[in-house]
Design a protein around this ligand. Structure first.
Ligand SMILES: [Zn+2]
Length: 568
């Protein structure tokens, strides 16, 4: 910069700083698919400190003339710039042509989030949008207009995904015309996030799941979440740059509730899947052994007080393992009454039901594991019957669990002891290729003896392997699969179908939960879907990815980021 130039600047021109937004980090699946990326989109920025009312009026009618839907509720002299996002390229060209008429209006290309798979990964990825005033208070380094993660991975890994904005200093004349770029501080892209999710498996699961349900799978030995499907999903692309109110309203009013993540917020009675807990409580308290039979055999129902409690079949006299295999309600009603509410529910709490699993995205619900106190409060002290513990012993009544909680505790059984906290993210890699975060496993111990766990495992194996077990439709050729069916009664309509499975039996690599809302019977509706997912996992989707491969693909991606960052 020479002396003349300084003088000129001091006399009539000024230097205008312009923020250059940094692109957010890319989100990858374990099988190297891009799940969230950035594309340039055009934004109009109006300098509200300088624009005159006349210029503003002219610009508004110019926009209307070009039939842009946004009306511009601008207050001149307000402290911030006014921003209009997602400007079509044709309008951008028109404004550029009339640049001289609107010196205080500028157009910038900014990186905008794009989700190439639309709704399939929506609940786990979440979405981004412009920061709200409330969020601005909690994030001191941010400014109005900044994009921020609002839910899912985008929210919980915001600190890694967000980069550091750069600045352009532009010399501008008195009329606001841009003359020269004085200096440029380049933006730093955010860290890339690598997920444990197997994208191919997830896309497959999304396709085969009926229109309302959830499916979630993890490696029980590590806690790595392999797929996380809640159906229907929503298209998170709509949120980037502001969601049209019509679409938001449609989603909120949709009877299929596309915004609701059924994996961690869908709380339903676990039905017969819960028999595993009742069985464990009976074994741990020494009330039953694996071969103990109950006094009343199953004739399709039994009387408790003056009320008839039904079984779904006529099973005759069974021992505990067979009662798991054939899912006999009459067996568990009796065991439930012997145990009582407190002893069953304390076991449920010990394996993580009724609390958050600690998965690394926000918004998880706890469900409900009612206690005796809870019933006393509801019905009055002692004013509730034995029927309640019978009902709870088969996972019906007031008890509510999410598919994620079921996955969590059954993976402990699969694993023979260790309960690993579910983890969606594997690591974060900075733009210069450094690993800046690695999601270390957290675990706790299943509070049951090895003998108890072995009985549950054997029962679950029989469910799938025995010729007349309830989960035969989950079989996979050449792989030993164990599972448990559940069919939750739903007073408002069709039953909800559950199936939980792990495989291979001896050294499990995957544990999967399928939940179909109003789907019907667990064995006939959910079990075959779990079988197909396991089949896909073992035979078509076994892609493993090493750390060095991740770094290599990072190098390739760098070119892409720079294009977005500096190529405007
Ligand atoms: Zn029965």
């Amino acid at each position: 910069m020479n002396v003349q130039k300084y003088k000129r600047l001091a006399r009539e021109n000024y230097v205008k700083p312009q923020v250059v937004e940094s692109p957010r980090g890319i989100i990858y699946s374990r099988d190297r698919k891009v799940l969230a990326e950035n594309i340039p989109s055009y934004t109009i920025i109006i300098d509200s400190n300088r624009i005159t009312e006349e210029e503003y009026r002219e610009f508004s009618s110019f926009l209307k003339l070009h039939s842009h839907p946004d009306s511009v509720p601008l207050q001149t002299g307000s402290p911030c710039h006014y921003v209009i996002n997602k400007i079509p390229f044709s309008i951008v060209c028109d404004i550029e042509e009339h640049k001289e008429d609107f010196p205080n209006v500028s157009i910038i290309a900014r990186p905008t989030r794009r989700y190439p798979n639309y709704e399939i990964f929506s609940h786990l990825l979440g979405y981004t949008s412009e920061i709200s005033k409330k969020e601005l208070k909690a994030h001191p380094g941010y400014r109005l207009g900044t994009t921020i993660g609002k839910s899912g991975i985008e929210k919980s890994y915001e600190e890694f995904l967000r980069g550091k904005d750069g600045t352009k200093y532009i010399e501008v004349d008195v009329r606001g015309r841009e003359l020269e770029l004085i200096s440029y501080v380049s933006p730093e892209p955010g860290c890339d996030i690598w997920l444990n999710i197997d994208a191919e498996l997830q896309i497959f699961a999304y396709e085969i799941l009926p229109d309302r349900g959830a499916c979630v799978a993890m490696n029980p030995q590590s806690g790595e979440i392999l797929l996380w499907v809640s159906k229907p999903g929503f298209d998170p692309n709509f949120f980037s740059g502001g969601i049209p109110s019509k679409i938001w309203r449609e989603w909120r009013e949709d009877s299929l509730s596309p915004l609701w993540d059924r994996v961690m917020k869908g709380c339903f009675p676990p039905a017969s899947v819960f028999k595993l807990i009742t069985a464990a409580a009976g074994l741990e308290k020494g009330i039953v052994g694996p071969h103990t039979k109950q006094p009343v055999q199953c004739n399709g129902s039994m009387m408790i007080g003056r009320r008839e409690f039904k079984c779904w079949e006529t099973h005759g006299s069974l021992n505990l393992i067979d009662a798991i295999v054939y899912s006999c309600d009459v067996y568990f009603y009796q065991l439930g009454i012997l145990l009582g509410v407190e002893r069953i529910m304390s076991q449920a709490k010990k394996v993580g039901l009724g609390e958050k699993t600690g998965v690394d995205i926000p918004g998880e619900l706890t469900g409900l594991i009612p206690s005796e106190k809870w019933y006393d409060k509801r019905y009055g002290k002692g004013r509730w019957s034995k029927g309640i513990s019978a009902n709870l012993s088969v996972g019906q009544g007031e008890i509510l669990t999410s598919p994620l909680q079921i996955l969590y505790f059954v993976s402990g059984i699969a694993n023979r002891k260790v309960l690993n906290t579910p983890r969606i993210v594997a690591r974060a890699i900075s733009s210069d290729g450094e690993e800046v975060f690695s999601n270390t496993p957290h675990s706790r111990t299943l509070p049951w003896s090895a003998e108890t766990i072995e009985v549950l495992r054997q029962g679950m194996l029989g469910v799938v392997e025995r010729i007349d077990g309830t989960g035969g439709l989950a079989r996979v050729p050449g792989i030993k699969v164990a599972g448990k069916t559940g069919t939750a009664q739903n007073p408002g309509g069709e039953h909800h179908a559950w199936f939980v499975a792990f495989a291979p039996y001896d050294n499990p690599e995957i544990c999967v939960v399928v939940f179909i809302e109003n789907g019907g019977m667990g064995g006939s509706v959910a079990a075959p879907i779990a079988g197909q997912i396991l089949n896909k996992f073992f035979y078509k989707s076994k892609e493993r990815i090493s750390k060095s491969e991740i770094l290599n693909s990072k190098q390739i991606q760098m070119t892409k980021i720079q294009d977005i960052c500096f190529g405007f």
